[in-house]
Design a protein. Structure first.
Length: 609
């Protein structure tokens, strides 16, 4: 293989020559010829308007959806400023003969009320209850926005998720969110609007001619001038130097500086763990960070503030970390630390006072995502399960900008991800990989993001649900320490871009139900229902891809091992671009509520997710 060095030398010479050519000044004599200067070819520049033109791409319905969205946003500005509503301003958005349902949840009894919250829902309205005319519509808009007058943090957000084009008009469906903080508390309304638009032959914006309103839900909080929860990050963490120098700078700052560009950098959501590391009865916080930034251990003070003891505790590792657990792995009564890093799980034993001693590294696939702990074999020791996303690349770390886009990648039913792993705890922080011998190597390459343990069948051992981003989800039934994937027969595969999973008995019937947070995509909902979308695909594939964009899933347990999808009936499907989730009784009424962390990296572009 003596020719390899020659290739490398050739590549180096080409690179050096290219750099030299770029650095030459225009006044320098031409290279290689006295007559023709060397010109470095530049790629043709194409404007983003041309690259992102749905009409040119064969998707005129997408252009119509964007026009409707902009018109609704303009209408929303008037709703939030009722004093500017008049016939002249409205004619920019609606016809003189606009017809509409009631926009408010009027004459409806509260479906829930306590000292903090009141929730009102209005049933769907029959067609004959629609009103008509510009003057009546003006009055309806004024009434809708009136309770928010003088409020702060006012928002009106339309989310267009369906569009249908007709000969001389088009119809859109959208979720409408209206909210603000008033002197009486927070007012938040959600509704579904079905709107019909007429569009003239010129380039003027479409005009709204009809609104059908359904699924109105309004929440009023009895928290004058503030939200139900308050951001206390600054007051709790602000005194730590690491807050100002690292966390306080924000993700945008580190995105321009980090070298962690192969795997997790674009998601920007490393994990964290809560636990009492020093035995003082107060929960402490361990925070993972990206490659090059130290992981942080914040210990809680009696006044609720946190102090940084990362260095003193010996856990300020610089490797790219994805997930952490503070759990007692050696049964000595204190919280040990497990951290999922790129390529392995680091275990550190708690010395009993919040100081940690590095114990070992459990080798895994590279692209770890999250960990969960449970005693799967009932031997009294906590075992570890870790989820993996990408497969290892034999040529080195692969970029997240490739591998999921283009090619033969199967979005709705992929089996080309990295392998998950189960590690059996054999005492004294010694672990053994038992993935294959327990049966957890089946259906194990599905781009996993999260997993959760629960004895859903009540037989005394811990079963495992795995939420997968691109493959079908898994429900591994534990049969005496051996696992069988029963997701298909139990009705819980939910191939829908699973991000996280949580168990809870939401209806208090004694059976554990499961909620999976998925990605809701308005664009996906619009496009997958168009005739030109994958016309050659089978109905099953089209249905799977439509489901891929619908949103999150609540699956109700029947008690006999099967589950039913009750997401729409329970009103929990539309959780937006959902990530982490958990059942939690937020108002101490004995019923399990659902908390969902949603969104994506945001920046200066208001169109960003």
């Amino acid at each position: 293989m003596k020719w390899k060095p020659l290739i490398f030398i050739g590549i180096a010479l080409v690179a050096i020559t290219a750099i030299f050519l770029f650095l030459r000044d225009d006044s320098d004599p031409p290279l290689g010829s006295s007559n023709k200067p060397y010109l470095v070819p530049a790629p043709l520049e194409t404007s983003m308007d041309l690259l992102d033109d749905p009409n040119a791409d064969g998707w005129p319905t997408e252009a119509l959806a964007e026009e409707a969205k902009q018109q609704l946003k303009g209408l929303g500005k008037l709703i939030l400023n009722p004093g500017k509503i008049n016939g002249e301003s409205l004619r920019e958005f609606v016809t003189d003969t606009v017809s509409f349902h009631s926009l408010e949840a009027t004459n409806s009894k509260p479906v829930y009320s306590d000292s903090t919250l009141q929730i009102v829902r209005m049933p769907d309205q029959p067609a004959e209850t629609k009103r008509q005319g510009l003057a009546k519509f003006e009055s309806a808009l004024r009434n809708l926005g009136a309770p928010l007058v003088g409020g702060t943090d006012l928002r009106f957000a339309p989310k267009v998720f369906r569009v249908q084009q007709d000969d001389d008009s088009f119809t859109t469906q959208q979720y409408i969110a209206l909210s603000g903080i008033t002197e009486n508390g927070v007012i938040e309304q959600h509704a579904t609007w079905r709107t019909r638009w007429i569009k003239k032959d010129d380039d003027s914006p479409p005009l709204l001619t009809s609104i059908e309103v359904s699924k109105i839900e309004q929440v009023n909080s009895h928290t004058p001038g503030r939200t139900l929860f308050s951001d206390c990050t600054q007051s709790v963490l602000g005194s730590a130097d690491s807050f100002e120098k690292q966390i306080g700078r924000g993700y945008g700052h580190w995105l321009r500086s980090t070298q962690d560009t192969q795997y997790f950098f674009w998601l920007g959501n490393p994990g964290m763990a809560l636990g009492d590391v020093n035995g003082d009865g107060l929960d402490d916080l361990y925070l993972c960070q990206e490659d090059g930034l130290p992981n942080l251990l914040y210990v809680q003070n009696p006044d609720g503030t946190l102090r940084d003891e990362s260095d003193e505790a010996g856990v300020n590792w610089l490797e790219s970390s994805r997930s952490a657990l503070l759990v007692d792995l050696d049964n000595d009564g204190d919280q040990d630390l497990a951290v999922a890093m790129m390529g392995g799980i680091v275990l550190a034993a708690n010395q009993g006072d919040g100081q940690f001693k590095y114990q070992t590294l459990l080798p895994t696939a590279d692209d770890l995502m999250s960990m969960s702990a449970a005693d799967y074999d009932d031997d009294g020791l906590l075992d570890l399960y870790v989820c993996t996303y990408y497969q290892n690349n034999s040529d080195g770390p692969q970029s997240r900008s490739s591998g999921v886009v283009g090619g033969d990648f199967v979005y709705h039913d992929s089996n080309s991800g990295g392998p998950n792993s189960l590690f059996k705890n054999e005492g004294a922080l010694n672990f053994r990989n038992v993935t294959a011998e327990t049966g957890l190597d089946q259906n194990n390459l599905r781009w996993s993001l999260a997993a959760s343990w629960e004895d859903y069948d009540g037989d005394g051992d811990q079963d495992l649900y795995v939420a997968n981003d691109f493959g079908r989800n898994n429900l591994f039934r534990n049969d005496g320490g051996k696992f069988v994937d029963v997701a298909a027969q139990s009705g819980v595969e939910d191939s829908a871009s699973g991000m996280a999973v949580t168990w809870g008995d939401y209806n208090r019937d004694g059976n554990m139900d499961v909620y999976v947070s998925n990605m809701f995509s308005a664009a996906g909902n619009r496009i997958t229902f168009q005739e030109q979308f994958k016309p050659d695909a089978s109905p099953e594939v089209r249905k799977r891809l439509q489901r891929f964009a619908r949103g999150s899933t609540l699956m109700k347990a029947s008690g006999n091992g099967s589950f039913g999808d009750v997401s729409e009936a329970a009103g929990v499907a539309m959780a937006r671009w959902a990530w982490g989730t958990s059942f939690a009784d937020l108002n101490n009424d004995g019923w399990q509520d659902i908390v969902v962390a949603n969104g994506n990296i945001t920046g200066e572009d208001p169109g960003d997710l």
